[in-house]
Design a protein around this ligand. Structure first.
Ligand code: MIG
Length: 757
């Protein structure tokens, strides 16, 4: 195989917002999307069909550049790209001329056959975060990863690849930040100095173009904002999907589902969602119900509804080969399945036996798939769980000859799951009219946040997996996926009661809070762990429901800015080395205000790191200065959770489901601090898309420590808050003359309220 390295620039031209540069070996195209986002696409063989599954924005129509004998320079208000002519190299600088990221001087972009890689300079002390669902440390320096969406049952805390592909990372060095998104769905590779001479890192793919977007904003949060501007942001989730979710593979009958739901209500343990895993179907045929065990789906859904429960049902991509089965017959008749090059449908074995696989890359197939959900929405299902969409089949090795349209499987495999989630989302959104569907997918590619939540697949009931799960959640957040969950308790194996309790506490602070377990495992519901543990689990689930106003406002932040709900400390404290210390790397902010410390179930005290700022322990109001390592108690009844001084957290009374009104009071908790702070409180009906038409309720709550005042902005939007009363709950104000107290105001109409010492 020949090595080809992009050589000297032979010519260039600018046309319709694209600067095209030619060398003997390749062609490069440069586009500007915004002052902080530049796209570079280098190819030996451009595909005229320049489409992306991820990107939803268009480049600028035109931009200026300067040419000198050595370089072509493009300068924006934030960023400078200096393109070296011989040999062709792409080097990025801040507008002030400080180096952010450079091609390796020797190799730059190069090819071995179709395989393309880009070698880049590794800076001293450079750290890397991102890539989404990847095992290993928060700091990815010294590690290498592969993207190849894989069904990974029994994966370990070191396995790679897992189910999803997010070829986006953020580099941190010299007090500077940059981001890079390789938009290429082939099998791809990232090496952050794993085994090299400490001078180079590299990334590449088995085929396709070296097509990347460079982000030059300063600050990790700003880069995430730019990345999600480019690839889209999540919609507001249905409020019910933020409640507690109870799943199992499988509840075997409608009666069992109802019985579990009733037990939640009887024991007054709040919950919103029950799940049906694959056994609700007739012979695992998608869009059917098992006539014996789920004979009257509508009746089941009605009964659940009367108890304020929603139901989520699973769908897999594999369509059973069986004449007379509607989806099979239609798929054959209309030629909707993936094929071998000779036109024969590909057959793989999954739960139903021999299956064909819909070609979700086709719009007509997506529409057909989406419309079929009436079999589930008819009886009343509003949540749709997409599994096995890597895609997975027994043997786990779909032949490379299988084609989706004109593309062979290896070219687009990494986007298959995303396209299934898209078909599910678009179809169910259409059927449900103005109601928000809840979609959950296992496989994903960059941009999936536009369609679906994700969970991290088949973990195991061990402490190591609980901690890994938190890193996966935090890392997925960097790549635009805010609505993320893990199987609480661990999918495989049986957790100890202590681990179950601890993991459930952490679940309270996980964007999607779902308890799920493998077939054959011990039952997992909150009451299966003894009376004392049940009490703790119940209290933690109640805490989740108290926090819903805060959590919903935090999701609004994801909807508006792309900032995730669960945030690694590296987002705000990017150059604090303690944040990357293996002892502290799992800590995270849950929204703006709360710092959560995952602690193994076997440890009842823990060394933790509190970053810059001052902190209060949520459970006791105990005060701590930041930038220190402290040893704190961590009994199973009290996961270490801290609130940043000056924070504002709106809460509500405990309700049994998100459909209950509660006592009508919004409790605005404020913790004293020296810095001014504000919180955007957001509310809407939690159900419909009316918020897109301005039917929401939004106001800014401000805390001013100098004037000792708390103020509320005027209300924006047309929605009437469901809370009739505002209560302010003050923490830590004793020392300055205000004692902790509750101040009530009966009218939600009050615009400004001052509290003075
Ligand atoms: O072959 O539907 O990750 O959550 O319970 C296993 C059964 C298929 C894998 C999913 C898991 C689900 C299970 N599924």
């Amino acid at each position: 195989m020949n090595l080809q390295i992009a050589g000297n620039v032979q010519g260039f031209k600018q046309q319709e917002g694209i600067l095209t540069i030619k060398t003997a070996e390749a062609e490069a195209r440069v586009y500007i999307y915004s002052p902080t986002i530049i796209r570079v696409n280098i190819s030996k063989n451009f595909n005229p069909d320049d489409t992306s599954f991820a990107v939803v924005r268009q480049p600028l129509a035109d931009f200026d550049f300067d040419e000198s004998s050595a370089n072509i320079d493009i300068t924006t208000s934030a960023l400078k790209l200096s393109i070296q002519k011989s040999s062709l190299r792409f080097n990025f600088f801040t507008a002030g001329g400080i180096s952010l990221s450079e091609d390796d001087a020797r190799f730059g972009t190069n090819w071995q056959g179709e395989r393309v890689t880009c070698y880049r300079r590794l800076f001293e002390g450079e750290r890397f975060i991102g890539l989404g669902e990847k095992t290993g440390n928060l700091d990815r320096r010294g590690a290498a990863y592969v993207n190849w969406n894989t069904d990974a049952p029994n994966h370990t805390p070191d396995s790679d690849p897992l189910y999803k592909t997010f070829p986006f990372f953020i580099g941190l060095h010299s007090g500077l930040t940059y981001g890079l998104f390789l938009d290429n769905t082939h099998k791809s590779y990232f090496d952050f100095g794993a085994s090299t001479d400490e001078e180079t890192s590299w990334f590449g793919a088995d085929g396709g173009d070296l097509n990347y977007y460079f982000f030059g904003a300063q600050g990790v949060a700003k880069i995430i904002e730019d990345y999600t501007w480019l690839t889209g942001r999540m919609e507001m989730p249905p409020l019910w999907s933020l409640g507690y979710q109870q799943c199992r593979w499988s509840y075997m009958s409608a009666d069992e589902v109802l019985n579990i739901a009733q037990t939640f209500r009887k024991k007054q343990i709040p919950a919103d969602v029950m799940y049906c895993d694959i056994d609700y179907m007739d012979d695992f045929k998608i869009f059917t119900w098992n006539k014996k065990t789920f004979p009257k789906p509508k009746q089941l859904l009605d009964k659940l509804k009367a108890m304020n429960f929603k139901l989520v049902t699973i769908v897999d991509p594999g369509i059973k080969v069986e004449q007379g089965y509607k989806e099979y017959d239609e798929g054959i008749e209309r030629d909707y399945f993936a094929k071998y090059p000779d036109g024969e449908n590909y057959t793989g074995y999954v739960w139903p036996g021999r299956c064909h696989f819909p070609d979700f890359f086709r719009e007509d197939v997506r529409e057909w798939w989406g419309a079929a959900f009436t079999a589930l929405t008819g009886p009343g299902v509003e949540g749709f769980w997409n599994d096995m969409n890597e895609p997975a089949a027994w043997g786990q090795n779909i032949p490379w000859l299988v084609k989706f349209g004109d593309k062979f499987m290896p070219e687009v495999r990494n986007a298959y799951g995303m396209q299934m989630a898209r078909a599910t989302y678009e179809g169910t959104r259409k059927i449900l009219g103005n109601k928000r569907p809840f979609v959950l997918t296992r496989a994903a590619y960059s941009g999936t946040q536009r369609y679906s939540a994700v969970w991290t697949g088949d973990n195991t009931g061990t402490d190591a997996h609980m901690l890994l799960g938190q890193r996966l959640v935090n890392s997925l957040g960097i790549t635009g996926m805010s609505f993320v969950g893990v199987d609480i308790g661990g999918f495989s194996g049986n957790p100890t009661p202590e681990l179950m309790v601890r993991w459930n506490s952490l679940g309270t602070y996980t964007p999607m809070f779902r308890n799920h377990a493998i077939q054959g495992s011990k039952m997992r519901e909150p009451w299966e762990w003894g009376k004392d543990n049940e009490k703790i689990i119940k209290k933690d689930i109640e805490q989740r429901y108290k926090l819903l106003p805060y959590l919903y406002s935090s999701f609004y932040q994801s909807n508006q800015t792309g900032l995730p709900v669960s945030r690694t400390l590296a987002i705000e404290h990017s150059f604090d080395e303690n944040v990357f210390d293996e002892r502290f790397q799992n800590e995270f902010m849950f929204g703006d205000a709360m710092l959560v410390v995952p602690v193994k179930s076997t440890k009842l005290t823990e060394d933790i790191y509190l970053p810059k700022g001052s902190w209060y322990r949520l459970s006791s109001n105990e005060f701590y200065e930041g930038e220190q390592i402290v040893n704190v108690s961590a009994p199973l009844t009290d996961l270490p959770v801290f609130v940043k001084a000056g924070s504002i957290i709106p809460m509500q009374s405990v309700v049994q489901s998100t459909n209950e009104k509660g006592d009508g009071a919004l409790q605005v908790h404020i913790w004293n601090g020296n810095e001014a702070n504000s919180f955007i409180y957001y509310e809407d009906d939690g159900v419909s898309y009316d918020y897109e038409q301005g039917v929401y309720y939004k106001r800014v709550i401000r805390f001013d420590p100098v004037n000792k005042s708390i103020s509320l902005s005027a209300v924006e939007g047309e929605f009437k808050s469901r809370f009739m009363q505002l209560k302010f709950v003050l923490h830590g104000f004793g020392g300055i003359g205000l004692k902790d107290e509750i101040i009530e105001n009966k009218s939600g109409e009050v615009e400004v309220m001052l509290i003075r010492a």
